[in-house]
Design a protein around this ligand. Structure first.
Ligand code: HEM
Length: 507
């Protein structure tokens, strides 16, 4: 029996080794073939498509992409074909790029040859005039206004609003039954409040904010649904109607601003900044253009920041030593502010929170909530001897680079200290790169810093059913949005210092 078992074992091991050897040879042959085809094409003065498979007619490789973890889909093809390969998904031929050099070409150095591209249903939902969907002069003009508004001066003035939104969100969480809530859901409340304060200023009446919130969430629910516009009860149709109502609410706000200010719109929010924006000939943006961009920014700012906030809280909970270090640096700020009686300042968030900053960077890398983006070639483009044909989509894979051992040692380990040394240029792109890179990155970081400060100096929290599972909504968040219980401590965390808290509790 023992003999048969060991013979069977040797047989299985040999078979596995042969298969692995075969796979390695196939991979080498495929790479060599890609090189030869490219060289042959170059010799004949023709450009070849990158290696890869376009799959079945019409379907392409969509079924393979959706029948398995997307990580495996991309990793297997990257191994087989290298960092640039072709595929066909969701009805579009596509070139996937996963090296910093290729991503830079598409997003930065030859960005003018690649336009942003989104499904028409999504454009309609956010608003077709929003800057994400545009290239050239119009994009530049709106982007300058948005970026200016999200620059250091505006953010410095926004710190008290962020602090107020954080304080009221945490009070809301603490006030739930047993202090229990989904962290993601709670963080979405916070990012909505901050988004509204940034875009519409401080003075928005509560009932208008409530109308805005109600319709915004209907749009959000329909955003990722299959678009069936003719059937009135689908989430998609409901969302389209809610989007129209949002347009009307914004129109009302703009009329009121004009009536109130005469020619002077003031300059304390993004909406008035957009309303004042002029082109070289002095023409203003239309109301639809202002509304699409204001709502577009609200949309871009919300779930992204809420997902990252949720991951930061999970990692702090899972790594108690890090939490201690973060808490120590936040307590120094708390004490400098007379035991939390003085407000936080922009300077404190920039200079006194280096450890918290490292945790944010590592959370952005680990979670990589924007795994990739899409562009479309506006003409035939040559890249490294390959042809990217006009009309094909191009997909830079951010998450793949963030999780590659080539750029980040031991990439699946949560290790904020790795960011004490700047990563190799172009390998860490949580906010994208180039002309469409995120203009809200500093605001997102500010929200996270203020939330962490308030949380660790005034509260402790306990994750219910800790788990490493991930849900996609559509951004990755910990399972069930990280259900957690929030409890107030004596201000400054005296309760923990007396050693009175239970073990699996963070903060
Ligand atoms: C941690 C949170 C956030 C992450 C990870 C994130 C990530 C990104 C990424 C990767 C892009 C580039 C997409 C592409 O190239 O196709 C982007 C664009 C954008 N983001 Fe963010 N974002 C975050 C928060 C925010 C916030 C708070 C705001 C505004 C207040 C914002 C506003 C925008 C806008 C307007 C664009 C489009 C820029 C353009 O097309 O020129 N984002 N974001």
């Amino acid at each position: 029996m023992a003999f048969f078992l060991s013979a069977a074992f040797v047989y299985v091991v040999s078979l596995v080794l042969l298969l692995l050897l075969g796979a390695t040879r196939r991979r080498r042959r495929a790479r060599a073939a890609a090189k030869t085809t490219r060289a042959a094409g170059q010799a004949q003065g023709r450009l070849m498509l990158p290696p890869g498979s376009l799959g079945l007619p019409f379907l392409g490789e969509t079924l393979q992409l959706y029948s398995q973890n997307p990580k495996i889909f991309f990793a297997s093809r990257l191994k087989r074909y290298g960092a640039v390969f072709k595929t066909h998904v969701l009805g579009c031929p596509c070139v996937v790029v996963a090296s910093p050099e290729a991503a830079r070409t598409v997003l930065v150095s030859r960005a003018h040859l690649f336009r942003p591209t989104y499904p028409p249903s999504k454009e309609r939902m956010i608003g077709p005039q929003a800057l994400f969907f545009h290239q050239g002069d119009y994009h530049l003009r709106v982007r300058r206004a948005v970026q200016g508004w999200l620059g250091p001066d505006a953010l410095r003035a926004l710190v008290p609003d962020v602090e107020a939104a954080v304080a009221s969100t945490l009070r809301w969480w603490e006030g739930r039954r047993d202090g229990e809530a989904s962290t993601f859901h709670t963080m979405k409340r916070l990012t909505f409040e901050v988004g509204v304060a940034t875009i519409f200023g401080r003075g928005m009446p509560e009932h208008v904010k409530e109308e805005l919130r109600r319709n915004y969430y209907i749009v959000e629910r329909g955003y990722n649904c299959f678009p069936v516009p003719v059937v009135p009860w689908t989430r998609y149709s409901q969302a389209i109607k809610a989007r129209k109502r949002l347009g009307a609410i914004l129109s009302g706000i703009m009329s009121e601003l004009r009536a109130r200010g005469g020619g002077d719109l003031g300059d304390d929010d993004l909406l008035s900044t957009l309303m004042r924006c002029r082109d070289d000939g002095g023409a203003a943006l239309s109301d639809d253009q202002v509304a699409d961009n204001a709502l577009g920014v609200l949309f871009a700012a919300q779930d992204t920041t809420a997902s990252v906030l949720t991951w930061v809280l999970k990692f702090l909970h899972d790594y108690p030593k890090l939490l201690e270090a973060v808490k120590a640096e936040q307590m120094a700020v708390y004490e400098e502010n007379d035991g939390g009686r003085l407000p936080l300042t922009w300077a404190q968030t920039r200079t006194m929170m280096p450890m918290t900053n490292l945790v944010i960077l590592e959370s952005l890398r680990m979670a990589s909530i924007i795994a990739f983006t899409f562009r479309e070639a506006i003409e035939d483009v040559e890249y490294e001897g390959f042809l990217i044909p006009k009309g094909w989509k191009v997909m830079p894979l951010f998450r793949y680079m963030h999780h590659s051992p080539e750029y980040f040692e031991d990439p699946h380990k949560f290790d904020p200290s790795r960011f004490m040394v700047a990563p190799k240029a172009g390998t860490f792109l949580p906010f994208g790169s180039g002309v469409h890179a995120c203009p809200g990155n500093d605001l997102a970081k500010l929200e996270i810093l203020v939330l962490v400060h308030r949380l660790v100096t005034n509260y402790r929290w306990q994750v219910i059913e800790p788990s490493d599972d991930v849900t996609y909504s559509p951004f990755p968040v910990p399972k069930h949005g990280l259900q957690a219980r929030l409890l107030a401590t004596t201000a400054g965390g005296a309760e923990e210092e007396n050693g009175r808290h239970a073990p699996a509790v963070a903060g």
